[in-house]
Write a protein that binds this ligand. Structure first.
Ligand code: R5P
Length: 311
């Protein structure tokens, strides 16, 4: 089967970068929006190809999700031989369980939709939780950007640096950074009050007189990072805070860009088409080589185990 690379409208630059590494020019799919908001996509011709559709589910999340479902379906109807949804940022993964009665489990709803649209396999990068794997009825390859971000962090850390997990969900990720960089991990316990409000309950570990790197899977409004930053500074951390996160959504709340007053440097990847925020020196590390490697290995039926996230 011939390898075909398709790019949705969410992040054509990433599709292009992956294609350049693989030596395969990506097809940017046609997406038309009808006056009532419906999307119509066009993919193909594909005939029996091994198709990889690159579409992160970043903002606007609902549009990008619907577009992905339509693209998978279009490829299936064009008789693609095998369809892999390459979803560098898996939106809705945070809703993997109910935290209050009356809620849905949106991560499962969309995992089922991706599968029933016709995806044979899914590639994601640092999903919010490895538990998303069990929500899909098809194989899920969970890659990690920790090694590429950790290498970029090396020039920003010193002897005394500690890695901070800004909530309990980030502990495994922080431990991965910690073992990669040879640093100890400090844990912040947070409580979320709403989509954009969090508070810190406790900091477990010593940050006094230490330089701090806060790591997370994603930054959305920035509330989690701001709360963790304030908590470690109150406990005596040195002021030059560094933040690293795989997915820099950096969404606006109340029409304002997210602000990070105490952060000296922020490292993110290009998993979504993020816009730079003027308040923080931003360093964007590309995961195109990681995704290209993953696609190449799947196409040639080789293992991805050394690219995978820690569970
Ligand atoms: C939550 O559990 C995630 O790992 C992130 O910490 C969180 O989603 C980031 O969102 P925000 O930037 O809005 O606090």
């Amino acid at each position: 089967m011939t390898l075909s690379l398709l790019s949705g409208s969410a992040h054509p630059q990433l599709g292009q970068a992956i294609g350049e590494i693989l030596g395969v020019m990506p097809t940017v799919c046609e997406v038309e929006r009808f006056p009532d908001g419906e999307l119509q996509v066009k993919a193909g011709p594909l005939h029996d190809g091994d198709v990889y559709i690159v579409q992160p589910i970043g903002p606007p999340v609902n549009d990008h999700m619907v577009e992905l479902l339509l693209l998978i379906d279009a490829c299936r109807r064009e008789s693609a031989g095998r369809i892999t949804a390459v979803i560098p940022y898996l939106g809705y993964a945070r809703q993997d369980r109910r935290t209050a009665s009356g809620q849905s489990v949106a991560a499962q709803v969309f995992a089922r939709a991706i599968t029933s649209s016709g995806a044979d396999r899914v590639i994601v990068v640092d999903p919010h939780t490895p538990a998303v794997e069990s929500l899909f009825d098809v194989p899920v390859e969970m890659l990690t950007a920790v090694p590429v971000l950790a290498r970029a962090l090396e020039k920003h850390i010193g002897e005394d640096t500690v890695i901070v997990a800004p909530d309990l969900g980030a502990v495994k990720l922080a431990e991965h950074y910690g073992s990669f960089l040879g640093k100890t991990v400090v844990i912040v316990r947070k409580t979320r009050h709403s989509g954009s409000e969090v508070s810190v309950d406790e900091v477990v570990g010593d940050v006094a007189g230490r330089t701090v790197v806060i790591v997370d899977d994603m930054i959305s409004t920035g509330a989690t990072i701001r709360a963790a930053a304030s908590a470690v500074l109150e406990r005596g951390a040195l002021p030059d805070l560094v933040v690293a996160a795989t997915h820099g959504l950096l969404v606006r709340t109340n029409s304002e860009d997210p602000v990070f007053p105490k952060v000296q440097r922020m490292l993110i990847t290009d998993s979504v088409a993020a816009k730079p925020t003027p308040e923080v020196p931003l360093e964007v590390v590309s995961i195109a080589p990681l995704l290209a490697d993953g696609i190449d290995r799947l196409h040639n039926r080789r293992l991805l185990v050394d690219l995978a996230m820690r569970r």
